[in-house]
Design a protein around this ligand. Structure first.
Ligand SMILES: *[C@@H]1O[C@H](CO)[C@@H](O)[C@H](O)[C@H]1NC(C)=O
Ligand SMILES: *[C@@H]1O[C@H](CO)[C@@H](O)[C@H](O)[C@H]1NC(C)=O
Ligand SMILES: *[C@@H]1O[C@H](CO)[C@@H](O)[C@H](O)[C@H]1NC(C)=O
Ligand SMILES: CC(=O)N[C@H]1CO[C@H](CO)[C@@H](O)[C@@H]1O
Ligand SMILES: [Ca+2]
Ligand SMILES: [Ca+2]
Length: 567
């Protein structure tokens, strides 16, 4: 018999507990990320658009989604798939018109869905009017960006201000003849960094928030926030030992990431959002921050509703053990509990990472989907993960992502994020039902003929069936606002227990390649366990009832969810 090791038991008495019954809409939402270019094309040009999204809102409501966020939909030369914005307050014509956007907001709210936009404050496109005027030193735009004259050597040669490297590789500085100066770009050359030392920039960007809040959006997901402000002494960063000065990993980011002024800006944006709070409504700020735990937690302190929790993405892979997953969960819960901040959230995928099924394999991916849906707080789903879409191989000729292009023909396959950005697979018609056009901006994965939503809706053993069924469990009080305990049974079985009053939900996940027998008798205070859901390898368990908990079995690489009601 396996020994029960309680890794840690955490009472979630913070804002999810029953001490505060009026939980806010965003604290327990199922949040869905839409990558607009690849979701649904309504006019046959091969690119997704706003009317396409509007036509598919029923997919979100059917999937128990509460809110969705849109990757950028603003005018953009599309050097970085819309993260290079040339006008922060309008809609790119590829996606539609402002009227289409207003219609989408209305349709979303009519369907009781919250709509969240991507806010990209670190940089604009080099085609933005501000940058064009800044290039020519036209006031008040002269200092809207981070300009530097460079260093003048004794023989008159001008060199880059310092050794800072762009996230996409190569120097973060580019020279412009017109201005006789270098500008900073922490991302692509075409994405000059805005200068938050300039008060006009600070207030312009607050007005950008107000513009969209006035249109009725429910909040923002803030892009690349750790890179917002830089140290204005412009000193060289220390070297890491990586010998290639073109690699982002060449320097230690002590002057270009996690600066205090960045957090102060977050606090100011929160004040702007709070101008819009009503007794029934609250607009939210979510931070995209790939940084360490301390610096991540600090966003709560400075007014973010929450920073995304990327622990599952950054700390686990297809070889991780049950204990590794347990540790990621506990680390996050412990950290938010320590700062008394409340809302947890779980992100397993997004448009910057390989698809779940590709990264972890089919069976593990399913377990991770279960974890994100059963754990406390917010669950985040990247579009396509609910049907288990896989990475698509993209040729060098078809590559669009600058991170891929910069890596060159030899390196692009490793660097490009395009494989996780291909069109959503709705059905088995032309272009997977994404577009009537057989040619789409990125190719459709050939597996769409069988891997698509319509087909999965008809199979009770499909990825989507799992997503839909497990999402429904989020309505249960135990999952909505119950406590969480995690247990490691032996080396391979992780159990998540959610409990409120006499109701409990047990999610049991077996990470081993063989069947495991485990004992839940010390954990269950109810007369019986009812199997609510089981993944592919354990299908025969669905609907079964167990009264003896001492030697339960879970097949290799399977997960089982049990419900129990104490007497
Ligand atoms: C000036 O000096 C630098 C560094 O020693 C050298 O790389 C560069 O070629 C020189 N330029 C000219 C025009 O001599
Ligand atoms: C986290 O990052 C900050 C800022 O970069 C640094 O000062 C701190 O030492 C780091 N903490 C840990 C635990 O690594
Ligand atoms: C296409 O999908 C429909 C509906 O899901 C299904 O009935 C049909 O058999 C599929 N056709 C092919 C060729 O797979
Ligand atoms: C996940 C995500 O949105 N990542 C974005 C971070 O910011 C850079 C620059 O804007 C984008 O290229 C990434 O896609
Ligand atoms: Ca279109
Ligand atoms: Ca910046």
């Amino acid at each position: 018999m396996k020994v029960v090791i309680t890794l840690c038991a955490i009472l979630l008495l913070s804002s999810l507990g029953h001490s505060k019954p009026n939980v806010k809409w965003w604290q327990e939402m199922s949040l869905y990320q839409i990558y607009p270019r690849s979701f649904k094309d309504s006019n046959g040009d091969g690119e997704g658009d706003l009317n396409g999204i509007r036509s598919k809102l029923n997919h979100l409501t059917e999937s128990s989604v509460d809110a969705f966020w849109l990757s950028p939909i603003y005018p953009s030369p599309m050097v970085d798939s819309g993260y290079d914005i040339s006008d922060f307050v309008s809609i790119d014509k590829t996606f539609g018109t402002m009227k289409d956007f207003e219609d989408l907001v209305k349709a979303a709210h009519d369907a009781r869905l919250k709509i969240i936009l991507d806010f990209v404050p670190n940089h604009s496109s080099d085609q933005h009017e501000w940058f064009q005027k800044s290039l020519k030193s036209i006031e008040p735009y002269t200092d809207y960006y981070v300009w530097h004259k460079g260093n003048v050597l004794p023989n008159g040669t001008v060199t880059k201000p310092n050794n800072w490297v762009s996230v996409f590789g190569k120097s973060a500085w580019t020279w412009r003849e017109e201005r006789q100066a270098y500008y900073l770009h922490q991302f692509a050359v075409e994405q000059p960094d805005l200068n938050y030392e300039n008060e006009n920039v600070v207030s312009e960007m607050k007005d950008v928030l107000r513009f969209w809040l006035d249109k009725g959006v429910d909040g923002f997901r803030v892009d690349a926030i750790p890179h917002l402000c830089e140290d204005v002494r412009f000193l060289d960063e220390p070297l890491t030992g990586n010998p290639n000065p073109d690699d982002y990993g060449y320097t230690e980011k002590i002057y270009t990431k996690d600066q205090l002024r960045t957090y102060e800006m977050v606090r100011e944006w929160r004040k702007v959002l709070d101008e819009y709070v009503t007794s029934v409504d609250e607009r939210i700020l979510m931070m995209e921050a790939y940084t360490n735990m301390t610096m991540t937690m600090k966003y709560y302190e400075y007014g973010a509703h929450f920073p995304f929790n990327f622990g599952l993405i950054t700390e686990t892979d297809r070889d991780s053990t049950a204990a590794d997953f347990g540790r990621v969960i506990i680390t996050w819960m412990l950290n938010i509990w320590l700062i008394n901040a409340g809302t947890a959230n779980w992100v397993a995928g997004n448009h910057d990472n390989s698809r779940l099924v590709t990264r972890y394999g089919q069976e593990r991916a399913q377990m991770i989907t279960i974890m994100t849906l059963v754990l406390p707080g917010v669950s985040v789903t990247y579009n396509g993960e609910e049907i288990g879409m896989e990475d698509t191989w993209i040729s060098w000729e078809d590559t669009k992502d600058p991170q891929g292009c910069n890596a060159g023909k030899e390196g692009y396959e490793k660097a490009s994020r395009d494989p996780a950005r291909t069109p959503f697979q709705w059905d088995n018609t032309t272009s997977a039902g994404f577009s009537t056009n057989p040619k789409t901006w990125l190719p459709v994965n050939k597996n769409y003929v069988t891997l698509n939503l319509a087909a999965q809706k008809q199979q009770d053993n499909s990825y989507y069936a799992l997503y839909k069924r497990v999402s429904e469990i989020r309505m249960f009080a135990a999952v909505k606002r119950g406590t969480l305990k995690t247990h490691l049974l032996g080396n391979n079985v992780l159990v998540l227990v959610r409990n409120i009053d006499k109701y409990s939900v047990y999610a049991v996940m077996n990470f081993a390649n063989e069947e495991e027998t485990f004992d839940l008798s010390t954990l269950v205070q109810a007369p019986q366990l009812n199997v609510y859901y089981a993944t592919t390898n354990a299908r025969n368990l669905i609907g079964m009832i167990f009264k003896d908990f001492r030697a339960l079995k879970v097949p290799a690489s399977a997960a089982v969810i049990y419900l129990a009601t104490a007497m």
